[in-house]
Design a protein around this ligand. Sequence first.
Ligand SMILES: [Zn+2]
Length: 415
Amino acid sequence: MSRPEHQIGNSQLISAVNSRLVLQAIRALQPTYRAEVARHTRLTPATVTGIVNGLLDHDLLTATPEYGATTPRGGRPPQILNVNAGARYVLAVDLEPDVLRVALTDLLVNIIEFREQAVDRFAEPDGTCRTLLRLCTEVLGEASTTKLLGAGLSLPGVVDTTEGILLSSTNMPRWHNVPIRALLEQRLSLPVKVGRSTHLAALHEEWIRPLEPDRIVLLISLRTGIGMCLMTHGEVYVGGLGFDGEIGHTVVEIDGSPCECGNRGCLETFVSASAVCERAEAMMRLRRGRALLACLDQGEILRPELVYRLAKRGDADCAEIVRDVGRYIGIAAANMINLFAPHEVVLCGSIDTADEIILDVVKRQVEAHSLPKSRERLTIRLAEAKEKAPLLGAAVLVAQEIFELPKLTYAASHA
Ligand SMILES: [Zn+2]
């Protein structure tokens, strides 16, 4: 009896895989046609037509006749296929130590509603979770719950992604073993998927380039802390025990200043949000940074984004801080380039507000400190979604279930 069941299982699996292949191809190629999808997927035209009809029945595609198209024998003109982005919604949540971002997106991860709120990373988890739930309720608004696929949650620190627990975060010292997925699932009545912020930022970079799967991408995220993710040939590298890519805690100065992780001289002691703010405060104590002081007098909060924004506007004092940050990031990137020889280095996070300055410094450091061979084919750029990359990656974590075989799965990764 086991053999027929096994065969049925296989045919269902093949059918599910082929459906995802077709939908993934349409997302990558759209607007497109059945024949083009067949060529791209190497499935037969009849198989593609059968799958497309099924996807149309499920409202996941739109098919419209090409305007003015005719066929020589009066047959049906070819139809233009597109993914029906409004067929489903996803709730995306990004818990960064200093700021919460929440969005409602469509199936193609376009933002429909967005909220952002600064929070105190030293606060108890309860208050932050209450704020998070309020923002979720606001973005969900009147969205149809039947169309909601689920929620994706981006977390910093050490995460048990299988159980959805934030185990610890050096930047959020009061967060220990917080079962945040269970909390969200219970309060929102939605399935919730959890990922680490750097993994999700890399996942989003992969999602927006579906026709370029064979790349090695090194993503460096500069937010409250600094993290790294390696993406090789379409898959996110996932380390053991809930963490990896902790480039921020690599030591760059023996006997340097104490780091929040307990070590000394970590990269984060030079480039983290706290380090940038401390540097700015020290500058103001020396009666420099007048533009910064003026902004603070007008009620702005001292955050790296403010320093970066003023640097971009031409303030020399803030530009000096940004160039120093860029130097350290550049050295760290050069070391990683020597190790992994990626095709691309992608920078994301708050640095985006100082884009040209920081990119220029990073590129010069990489040029000076990486091996010529390892950077022969290298591009260094900012993430497409800038500081929203982990948020949109959280949406991709949910949406990818429909489109493709997962590029990021945590199953059994912590065994
Ligand atoms: Zn450290």
